[in-house]
Design a protein around this ligand. Structure first.
Ligand code: ATP
Length: 250
């Protein structure tokens, strides 16, 4: 999937700019001096080993917790949030969930927003179905819909495909790609690095809170030795960095 960043591929003003972001939990640095920018309609993957700081980064963008240092150029209310474990009411229908969250978020015209959500997510024919009867893929669409309630220019998704089977994953990425093609910028984390290669225009690599790389999947593949295999190139990239900067020296 290829979605141009900026009209005609021309560089444009970033929709999201993160500068010098840091987060400490006591003496532990979960994030250190992380900076990157996201263009309109761009799909950006955040990848890295367990504990790298992915969820910390995304939750700061979403305003769930404050950073210890650095800035984000947008208020949290302008960034849609799709957490790993969303708080859907399983016994309520799709439309009842959307209506409830629209009211909680105090959107100005909830019924109009519901119509837009159902259209955007392709869930109109499931509107009255109870959430606990939906497939994992459709439930994840409802989660994404909640992140889109305020019609934000940027949406942030924490491992959106982790509980889905391969078919559901493919459909979810098609849907997210359509959002991006309409201009919404998408930042997502994933452990399935093939998704970063396939669907992202840009990849941000974190390890132990440090930003090791921000560039295209092709550039990341070239920075590692994968012999054509992206996942292998990613692992080899991390190993090279580890031997160049042993733990505790960055
Ligand atoms: P995973 O891939 O396992 O989900 P991650 O890349 O999302 O990991 P984070 O969950 O952001 O990583 O965690 C980054 C670091 O911060 C880890 O060392 C983690 O133990 C630590 N951490 C995260 N949240 C807290 C917290 N509330 N209190 C203390 N330490 C925390």
């Amino acid at each position: 999937m290829s979605v141009p960043s900026g009209v005609g591929g021309a560089p444009s003003k970033p929709v999201l700019r993160v500068e010098g972001l840091g987060k400490r939990y006591g003496s532990r640095h979960a994030l250190r001096d992380v900076s990157f920018a996201v263009q309109a309609g761009e799909l950006v993957a955040v990848i890295g080993p367990n504990g790298a700081g992915k969820t910390t980064l995304l939750s700061i963008l979403a305003g769930v917790q404050p950073p210890s240092a650095g800035t984000v150029n947008r208020a949290a209310g302008e960034i849609g949030w799709v957490p790993q474990r969303p708080a859907l009411y399983s016994k309520l229908s799709v439309v009842e969930n959307l209506r409830l969250f629209a009211r909680l978020e105090k959107v100005s015209d909830p019924e109009a927003v519901l119509g837009r959500m159902l259209d955007q997510t392709g869930l109109a024919d499931r509107a009255d179905e109870r959430v606990d009867r939906l497939s994992g893929g459709n439930r994840q669409r409802v989660n994404v819909a909640l992140g889109l309630l305020a019609d934000p220019p940027v949406i942030v998704l924490d491992e959106p495909s982790s509980s889905l089977d391969p078919g559901q994953r493919e459909r979810l990425w098609l849907f997210i790609g359509e959002l991006a093609a309409r201009g919404t910028s998408v930042v997502f984390s994933t452990h399935i690095v093939g998704e970063a290669e396939r669907y992202a225009q840009r990849v941000v690599v974190l390890d132990e809170g440090n930003l090791l790389f921000a560039g295209s999947p092709e550039e990341l593949a070239r920075a590692g030795d994968g012999d054509g295999d992206f996942e292998q190139a990613f692992v080899s990239f991390l190993r090279k960095r580890e031997s160049a900067y042993p733990e505790g020296t960055t």
